[in-house]
Write a protein that binds this ligand. Structure first.
Ligand code: GTP
Ligand code: MG
Length: 195
């Protein structure tokens, strides 16, 4: 914990920092809570910039700590309150990064617990499956749904990813607002670092 810092930002493939150590990236639709999860995970209020308006994170943002781990906040895909041109550029960058990053150890694909997997998520899952990059679904905003609905969403999501080759079978349920699931996320990350 502690000592997390902004390292760099990139809005093109050429601007990526050289791959060092191990990277874990957070991907997901706009507004799903990627930046908020980085803050909750690192115990920082404003390390990553968040907003209620979709389209806040507009570059790949690299955060480094004391460990060999780099956390990567990503622009969202799907709807964003910005131009189509920007969304297209981000989507391309996201796919290029996910496909080609040599030190990418896992991708947490964030899914809003209220909405579940959407068709816009499929393209990213497909890219990760084809590149054989292991990804794990993280349900976000669990505080917004009742326990029974959450249970249904977990079962339904597990079923949907069950035949996807690079999907990690276990889901992680989180709420950045309430701190739910941060212990599980941290131990998952510790395991990845130990591999
Ligand atoms: P982009 O950068 O635009 O793609 O969004 P993002 O995925 O980084 O989402 P961000 O962290 O900026 O959060 C979007 C909105 O969701 C903000 O209004 C957050 O306060 C809210 N939010 C994030 N996490 C939670 C959560 O666990 N529970 C609830 N209720 N709201 C959350
Ligand atoms: Mg963001």
């Amino acid at each position: 914990a502690g000592a997390w810092d902004f390292r760099s930002a990139a809005n093109t493939l050429e601007a990526l920092p050289p791959p060092e150590g191990i990277e874990i990236a957070l991907a997901g639709r706009s507004n799903v809570g990627k930046s908020s999860l980085i803050n909750a995970l690192t115990n920082r209020n404003a390390l990553a910039r968040t907003s209620h308006t979709p389209g806040r994170t507009q570059e790949l943002i690299f955060f480094t700590g004391k460990t060999p781990l780099t956390l990567v906040d990503m622009p969202g895909y799907g709807y964003a309150a910005v131009s189509d041109k920007k969304v297209k550029a981000w989507t391309r960058l996201i796919h290029d990064y996910l496909r080609g990053r040599v030190n990418l150890a896992r991708v947490f694909v964030l899914i809003d617990a209220r909405h579940g997997l959407k068709t816009t998520d499929d393209a990213v899952l497909k890219t990760l499956d084809q590149a054989a990059v292991v990804y794990q679904i993280v349900l976000t905003k669990a505080d917004e749904v009742k326990a029974a609905e959450l249970e249904r969403r977990v079962a339904e999501t597990k079923e949907k990813i069950s035949r996807r080759p690079a999907a990690f079978p276990e889901l992680i349920v989180t709420s950045s607002r309430e701190g739910t699931g941060m212990d599980v996320l941290r131990s998952t990350i510790a395991q990845i670092l130990a591999e």
